[in-house]
Design a protein around this ligand. Structure first.
Ligand code: ADP
Ligand code: MG
Length: 247
């Protein structure tokens, strides 16, 4: 398989507002793509479209070779569920269920899907909590956790269905600066393990460090893309330079 994600001519409008204007890109297995760009440029809408939290108004999205949407036409509901279940997403505001314990948050989706035994699901949630350094928090509620801990729970939860792709939408933007490091370390570890990821971020040093490629989004387009060295070291467009100087 050559691409994990193949997006072509993707278009999304809200009423008369064109939010994504003919976006085309692909992501290879194991690749880490950082998406940067000003607020309102369409970064979240692009990510949300990949997991069908938004319906696009045109273009195509192939995930692991399967068409979620083909030239504006969506697959059937069962196919949409199967295709999107290969991706995990982590949001800026964690989106944990407050009435469930940490373990309950991790196990809800797999227990609902019933693809694996309860013993396997429990073993996996414990392994993933250890991986993100929260083995001792399985039985507490999200309200008892710091923002950095909540986000690490959200990452572990996103991994429960063995995703092939992880999507992050500003995973550290809601955190106090002293808590961003613990979250970025977990993401970096996933990159080292060759997880395929798209990370929308304002952390330029992190993007420079961890990404294989950087997309600069502006006004509904990928205005410029390249290696971190190209984008941060030698940006071609005036608007990329202006954005980077502001950050
Ligand atoms: P970013 O994540 O880069 O800040 P977004 O994808 O959130 O940008 O938003 C892109 C544009 O789409 C913005 O102008 C925003 O106001 C608009 N937008 C996003 N969601 C909606 C919605 N549900 N209804 C109308 N406009 C929206
Ligand atoms: Mg956003």
């Amino acid at each position: 398989m050559s691409s994990m994600i193949e997006v072509s001519q993707l278009q999304k409008s809200f009423g008369s507002l064109d939010v994504l204007k003919q976006i085309t890109f692909d992501v290879k297995p194991g690749e880490v793509v950082a998406v940067i760009g000003p607020s309102g440029s369409g970064k979240s809408t692009m990510l949300r479209s990949l997991v069908h939290l938004e319906e696009v108004t045109g273009g195509s999205i192939l995930i692991c070779g399967k068409a979620l949407v083909d030239n504006g036409k969506y697959a059937g509901n069962a196919d949409i569920r199967e295709i999107t279940s290969t991706m995990g997403m982590v949001f800026q505001h964690f989106n944990l269920f407050p009435h469930l314990t940490v373990r309950g948050n991790l196990e809800l989706a797999p227990r609902t899907l019933k693809r694996e035994s309860v013993q396997d699901i429990t073993a996996k949630s414990e392994a993933l909590l250890s991986k993100v350094g929260l083995a001792d928090k399985a039985d507490v509620y999200p309200a008892m956790l710091s923002g950095g801990q909540k986000q690490r729970v959200a990452i572990a939860r996103a991994m429960m269905l063995n995703p092939d792709i992880l999507l992050f939408d500003e995973p550290t933007s809601a955190l106090d600066p002293e808590l961003t490091g613990e979250v970025l370390r977990v993401i970096r570890q996933l990159a080292d393990e060759n997880m395929t990821m798209i990370i929308v971020t304002h952390e330029m040093n992190f993007a420079r460090d961890v990404a294989d490629r950087v997309f600069f989004m502006d006004n509904g387009e990928i205005a410029e893309s390249g290696t971190p060295e190209q984008i941060f070291g030698n940006p071609q467009l005036e608007r990329t330079r202006t954005f980077l100087n502001r950050e």
